[in-house]
Design a protein around this ligand. Structure first.
Ligand SMILES: [Zn+2]
Length: 79
């Protein structure tokens, strides 16, 4: 898996993961927040939603301009 760092600030870091392909259009950003990683889920009108990448974990965050607007759910697993 290849990673390339596209953006970073003190709150959230983003990496772009290319899943076994070199086609950039298939790459979705991954947000790293407080040592948890989140997969991109969907763009809403006012924010972008990411969900925890841990299997069966439904914690999610909503981002706007790289800032965490809202956290939903709880992580039951270790970082
Ligand atoms: Zn989680």
């Amino acid at each position: 898996m290849e990673y390339c760092f596209t953006k970073k600030n003190y709150l959230v870091s983003f990496i772009t993961s290319i899943f076994g392909t070199t086609e950039q259009k298939n790459a979705h950003p991954i947000a790293i927040y407080e040592n948890y990683s989140y997969w991109w889920k969907r763009d809403n009108k006012k924010s972008t939603q990411f969900v925890c990448s841990h299997e069966s974990c439904y914690a999610s965050i909503h981002l706007k301009d790289d800032i965490v607007l809202k956290e939903s759910g709880k992580h039951y697993h270790d970082k």
